[in-house]
Design a protein. Structure first.
Length: 117
């Protein structure tokens, strides 16, 4: 059974960056010090915080996250709904949420390749 793409899937993946996540001062500081609008810094952050969890997912779950991002990036989705009522530790507002998601997708594809190797 194919699961319909949902923005909540993306929001769940980004829970690491949410202030509702368990307190971890080191993680919080790392997020806050990252320029969320700088692709290189964002990739480095994803490598440190998203990669370890993502590669532990089952293959099907990793594929679902990748396919969900690909689906919404192929539409006119702004991703505002992902961050609406979703407070993060980022100090700056994400100026281009589509670019943020493109960087995330690029990283997830790379992590999936690593996990499959």
């Amino acid at each position: 059974m194919k699961i319909k793409p949902s923005l909540s899937t993306i929001q769940g993946l980004l829970f690491t960056y949410c202030i509702e996540n368990t307190r971890n001062p080191d993680r919080e500081e790392l997020i806050a010090l990252t320029d969320v609008n700088n692709s290189k810094e964002l990739k480095d952050l994803f490598d440190k915080l998203t990669r370890p969890e993502f590669i532990r997912y089952k293959h099907e779950e990793r594929q679902r996250h990748i396919q969900t991002l690909e689906h919404f990036l192929n539409t006119e989705e702004t991703f505002e709904a992902v961050f609406c009522l979703f407070d993060t530790y980022f100090n700056d507002e994400i100026i281009d949420k589509r670019q943020f998601m493109k960087v995330l997708l690029e990283c997830l594809i790379r992590y999936n390749l690593e996990a499959n190797a």
